[in-house]
Unconditional design. Sequence first.
Length: 162
Amino acid sequence: MISRALAAVTLGLALALAAAVPARGQQLPLPYGSNVGVDQAKALSASAIAEARKNNWTIVVAIVDTGGHLVYLERMDHTQVASVDVATRKAWTANSFKRPTKAFEDAAQGGRVVTLSLPGVVPIEGGVPIVVDGKIVGAIGISGATSAQDGQVAAAALAILK
């Protein structure tokens, strides 16, 4: 009787722990490197804005360093004011958790709502780590369009690094 109860408690704890920890393989197995510089941040932003303009979207671009601190922010005319904070928080999330914010969006949509309780997480596509020479140097966050469009703009910005 006691062993059944102990087994049930152990199983319950194991399931709770598994639900609380982000899925394996989503975190980039890369170390942090030197911080993204302002000139590189401006180039990434210019590429993001060019992609947004090409599609007639208005966005905010936020770029943070490896500590999650804002390096560069640009808001296109007529972009909703709230996107300033959202883009910055997307960039912080991508940098701090070493994964695109889409990983959290997918987890939440897949029923892993526990990811919504992780401190500071913005589970909306559009935040992506910036990787240079195999190291994370910061992250970019895009907000203002749909989450898929924000992700497209972030990918276009990061394409200049290849």
